[in-house]
Design a protein around this ligand. Structure first.
Ligand code: C2E
Ligand code: MG
Ligand code: MG
Ligand code: MG
Length: 285
């Protein structure tokens, strides 16, 4: 462990060893412990899926929902994805975790359907490593077959950064997924370094405008301008838009004026347990 610590110290501080504080040592230890625990989290049944509603206004209709992973650590309590998704990505554990997420979401969709509910699409987050995995389509197909869920029940969320490298390959994978019947959405839109123009190459259904632009729309003219540009472009490309991280009535009012009527955020609902979400579903005719 001290070898790793020394290596990191050199990397981080170059020759300035004083930068390598006890604090950093602590961080490396924590990372190591977290990694060990994360490896066992699935078999110990410490993962849980939450579901956050996506609402269409003004009807207040539940349009879809996003599955969000939670890790209930026996000692640390609830560990947010921001603390473990990157680690899972770096160690490759994200592949098996991602499969768990997809399977769990499918089992939940199936259970709701069997109880007679009309279930809107459930969006799943795909990580970069999953997206580039050669067996992605085969793995997804297997899980859908095992659970008896149709691609028309799911949306796959990817991020812009996954689209800027190997454009041809990305187009091919996405086209394949679209033809299977999945809906495709670009998450955290606006935070990538890509130009807006590249979008026309991809068979995308939805753009999710990142929360960082929504946060200050009412007070920041630049953010408001970016949103106006995204909405105009989405209209041209016939792509739907979801505003992420909507927390206030003022934001809703502003977005509505701009022509955006689909929202996800604490103003409407926090991520809910499957049980809580069920009360928002309608019986199918
Ligand atoms: P994301 O996909 O952009 O998900 C939206 C995040 O914003 C969620 O955080 C959600 O709880 C949060 N959020 C929603 N509305 C609001 C709001 O009004 N205000 C604020 N402050 N936050 C809001 P969460 O669940 O902590 O997830 C963070 C990120 O972790 C996700 O961002 C996604 O990138 C990743 N993630 C979550 N679950 C999975 C998963 O199953 N697989 C993968 N690969 N990544 C996941
Ligand atoms: Mg997402
Ligand atoms: Mg997002
Ligand atoms: Mg986001």
């Amino acid at each position: 462990n001290s070898d790793i610590a020394m290596y990191h110290a050199k990397e981080i501080g170059r020759n300035n060893y004083q930068f390598f504080t006890a604090d950093m040592n602590q961080q490396i230890m924590e990372r190591h412990l977290l990694e060990t625990d994360l490896r066992r989290a699935a078999e110990r049944k410490e993962f849980q899926l939450y579901f956050q509603p996506v609402i269409d206004m003004p009807e207040q209709k539940l349009k879809s929902m996003e599955a969000l992973l939670r890790w209930k650590h026996p000692k640390l309590g609830s560990v947010p994805p921001s603390k473990f998704i990157l680690l899972a990505e770096e160690t490759g554990m994200i592949i098996s975790i991602g499969e768990w997420v997809l399977k769990e979401a499918c089992l939940q969709i199936k259970a709701w359907q069997e109880r007679g509910y009309q279930v809107p699409r459930v969006a799943i987050n795909l990580s970069a490593r999953q997206f580039r995995c050669k067996t992605l389509v085969a793995d997804i197909t297997r899980i859908l077959n095992e659970t008896g869920v149709s691609p028309s029940s799911l949306t796959l969320e990817i991020t812009e950064s996954m689209l800027i490298q190997n454009v041809d390959e990305a187009v091919e994978i996405l086209t394949q997924l679209r033809l299977m019947g999945f809906e495709l959405s670009i998450d955290d839109f606006g935070t990538g370094y890509s130009s807006l123009g590249y979008l026309k190459f991809y068979p995308i259904n939805i753009l999710k405008i990142d929360r960082s632009f929504i946060q200050n729309i009412v007070s920041e003219p630049n953010d408001a301008a970016i949103i106006a540009a995204i909405l105009a472009m989405a209209k041209t490309l016939k792509v739907a838009v979801i505003a992420e991280g909507v927390e206030t009535q003022e934001q809703v009012t502003f977005l509505t004026q701009q022509g955006c009527n689909r929202y996800q955020g604490f103003y409407f609902s926090e991520p809910l347990t499957a049980e809580e979400l069920e009360s928002k579903l309608c019986a199918s005719q």
